[in-house]
Design a protein around this ligand. Structure first.
Ligand code: SF4
Length: 331
């Protein structure tokens, strides 16, 4: 079976359902995300869940360069919008609450911040990144209310569906919390995106490839995928420098990622395929710094296999071990 023409047309010629293409279809022009850092913290750092944070986390790695402590949402957006207007002629933007846990605070504060972002000229929507154990019903109700008037994605960090990995990474939550958050979010009609890291050293290829079936079964709307990379000033850096594990090569990651895409439903929007951060904060792998080369390698691998997102989806979604895993955690 060759790449179906209807999918090719729906995806603008690409072999996967890319977020950029979805945004273009929705807003009839390119839409740029502007990352924000507010004065949130994280229950995985302040002791509410645990301390120390996830072993790979350094929030400086996704803090905008222009950020200065105390900057308001409006100030950060104004700065980001001006820079993108000048460099790319951009006119439409999504305000991305990215750093730390962006639903971890009093409801009134959350509403004020989200609505302030939507008031900025050119902002057409929101993306809100958080932990699956930090979205109470009140928070989901608020986001659902805002979603009725604008375009919103709620991004939930799962990172791995395997409990042993979540423990190793000190995530402080399990798969159960993710499934619960997704079910309550879906019940409110929210667009949900799952964050996942591929390449944890404690997982086999087979274990990693159980995840698409879980996401298909949950009818997740989007995924953000990236390779495990090591960032400075993290526990992961200490482990890596001590020789505790190795990282995937670019070739191995590309092959694994394409295997993953083949098993994922074509409905799922792909927000990201590879991770990168500032050179001065990156320990390894060196290849992660060149995103363009990695994205090109993914396209090449898909074409070489004459493959596409969802090619193997039908077979996997009913039979994989992920279905059993989901049943175990669903009451
Ligand atoms: S939940 Fe997010 S912000 Fe908190 S420690 Fe983990 S990666 Fe960092």
């Amino acid at each position: 079976m060759s790449f179906p023409v209807d999918l090719k047309e729906a995806w603008g010629g690409g072999r996967y359902n890319s977020f950029n293409h979805v945004l273009k279809k929705t807003f009839h022009s390119r839409v740029h995300k502007i990352s924000l850092r507010m004065d949130f913290t994280c229950p995985n750092r302040d002791g509410s869940v645990t301390v120390g944070g996830c072993i790979y986390c350094n929030n400086a790695s996704h803090t905008p360069r222009a950020y200065r402590p105390g900057m308001s949402v409006s100030e950060q957006l104004e700065q980001g919008i001006e820079a993108l207007r000048q460099s790319r002629g951009a006119e439409k933007f999504i305000a991305y609450f990215q750093s730390y846990t962006n639903t971890y605070g009093p409801l009134g504060k959350l509403e004020r911040l989200y609505r302030e972002a939507l008031d900025a000229p050119g902002v057409v929507g929101l993306a809100i990144a958080t932990r699956p154990d930090c979205v109470g019903d009140d928070v989901l109700d608020l986001i659902a209310d805002i979603s009725r008037g604008t375009y919103v994605w709620l991004e939930l960090g799962l990172e791995s569906m395997h409990e042993k990995t979540l423990r190793w990474a000190n995530r402080g939550h399990g798969l159960k919390e993710f499934v619960d958050a997704v079910e309550r979010g879906k019940a409110r009609g929210l667009r949900l995106c799952a964050h996942l890291i591929l390449g944890f050293p404690c997982e086999s290829r087979e274990e990693i490839l159980q995840t698409p079936a879980l996401l298909n079964r949950l009818e997740i709307d989007g995924v953000k995928l990236h390779n495990l990379h090591v960032i400075k000033h993290t526990v992961l850096e200490e482990l890596y420098r001590g020789g505790a594990f190795t990282l995937l090569s670019r070739e191995a990651y590309v092959s694994l990622l394409v295997d993953f895409l083949e098993r994922l439903s074509p409905e799922v929007v792909i927000h990201r395929l590879t991770g990168e951060t500032y050179r001065e904060l990156t320990v390894a792998p060196e290849w992660s710094l060149n995103k363009i080369v990695t994205l090109n390698a993914i396209q090449k691998e898909l074409a070489a296999r004459d493959s596409w997102q969802g090619k193997l989806n039908l077979k996997m979604s009913r039979e994989s071990a992920a279905t059993a895993a989901l049943q175990e955690v669903t009451p």
